[in-house]
Design a protein around this ligand. Structure first.
Ligand SMILES: [Zn+2]
Length: 112
């Protein structure tokens, strides 16, 4: 019952074990964790991945640009917080916290 509730493996290809064997050193190693090379002599097997899947994905992302946009977002957010606290928004705009400007809407519309 429990085994039936388990999710099927999304990508069984990613779970394969990658082993390489260096004939010169008689050493078996996983090239994903040795940057695709033999850790002893530096021999590079063909068609061997040089990083685990998650690291290969992370290496494709340009983290400088991601950090730059994240910094810009934080600065805009800080600017909005400071402008809201200083009451620089127009009077019709409702403030995030307590009403700070006397020109704001104080009561509902008069019907009579
Ligand atoms: Zn070797």
């Amino acid at each position: 019952m429990i085994a039936r509730l388990r999710l099927p493996r999304a990508r069984p290809r990613a779970r394969r074990s990658v082993r390489a064997y260096c004939e010169a050193d008689r050493w078996s190693f996983d090239p994903r964790y040795t940057q695709g090379r033999c850790p002893i002599c530096g021999w590079e097997p063909e068609n061997a991945p040089n990083a685990p899947d998650w690291l290969a994905l992370a290496n494709r992302v340009d983290w400088d640009i991601v950090g730059l946009f994240l910094l810009a977002d934080v600065l805009v957010l800080l600017g909005l917080i400071v402008a809201n606290a200083a009451g620089l928004f127009p009077a019709g705009h409702s403030s995030f916290g307590l009403p700070s400007s006397p020109g704001g809407v104080a009561s509902g519309p008069r019907l009579h």
